[in-house]
Design a protein around this ligand. Sequence first.
Ligand code: DLL
Length: 433
Amino acid sequence: MIWNETMECMSREDLRKLQGMRLKATVEHAYHNTPFYRKKMQEMGVTPDDIESIDDIVKLPFTTKQDLRDNYPFGLMAAPMSEIVRLHASSGTTGKPIVVGYTRTDLGIWAEAVARCLCAYGLTKHDSVQVSYGYGMFTGGLGLHYGVENLGGTVIPMSSGNTQKQIALMHDFGAKALACTPSYALYLAEAIHDSGIPREEFQLKVGIFGAEPWTENMRRELEEKLGIKAYDIYGLTEVAGPGVGFECSYQNGTHLSEDHFYPEIIDPETLEPVAPGQHGELVFTTITKTGMPMLRYRTRDLTSLIYEKCECGRTLVRMTRILGRSDDMMIIRGVNVFPSQIESVILEINELEPHYLIIVDRKNNTDTLEIQVEMKEEFYSDEMNKILELKKRITSRLQSVLGIGPDIKIVEPRSIERSQGKAKRVIDKRVLY
Ligand code: DLL
């Protein structure tokens, strides 16, 4: 199902023309209303007149998270505060939060972008969606909320946490879709199982999962445990929030709503565009936002783009699964390791639960990589041989995928902390040294 056929299925040529026009208007707006962008462009010797088509985007300066921090709280707004009708913020792990502001028009565009996602997941105004992303400064809760309303569906504004109540309402209200992080969905699946309520009594058919990286193996696990079809939703605060990208029923890449959010892939070292189809850092320029436009915002997310038309009929570009963030990448004994590689292996192993914790440390000047995994209750035994055999199997599989050998610790069922929002699965103790 397609929500906005004109925009989602436009010919690439027409789309590029539209993007060019929208980019030009955005650059003019930012140049004249945001001293930060005017100064950056002047330093590079670029004016809005230099932007004639979407190809001219490479002339523009990049924006980073640090720029948002340096201009905290409202320095990057391009509209007077009287026009800003909503603020959101993202705290990140260090330093000041970053703040974004939306005009009424921006909120309308964002809600439509989310409605497109919901429609692609097969949802209609007859369906109810339990929104279990956090409400508040995080964009997840309210972003999904207004998207569901825009679709005309029924929103169940649960927010995150309070797991028992989540299950009771999901059951009683017959939610057709659940929107939360994939890690919280796993926790809910476990809690539903423990509740003893038969799965058939739930109406749940669709998962709307994002806000953190997840793997194909995690998708399979969630689909099986919850008896649903699990779809990706992508987005980030700086660009809008959830709804920048979504999967269609073919689940073969995440479509980006590039009539609003123009994507590029660059080499994070040289900052040059990579060859088409290659992996690199995703960069977004918002081409319709008025409250706080972003020019070439460096997301740090590592992915690649597929420009071929999708079987669903959409011409909107697809992004491959996010491998991780360039700042999530761990360098352990000189080898690049992404948590997503570890997740993939853990989820392939039948005896293991999909919960894990990665602990990186440095002992005697050597990096150590410990991975705590949980055995499924039905496999858990006191038999040393079985545990040793399993440990050996996990170690050798990870060794071949990562190129370095981890130290595997099999911990008791249910001992790894469950997350209710974005999971924190890596503890890197090396910074302490
Ligand atoms: O996480 C917005 C969001 C809310 C997206 C709900 C989807 C659902 P931030 O807190 O600013 O915004 O975090 C953005 O989260 O740059 C990615 O690194 C990561 N991320 C978001 N969605 C996905 C996804 C929200 N589907 C950062 N797959 C992004 C992988 C994702 N990573």
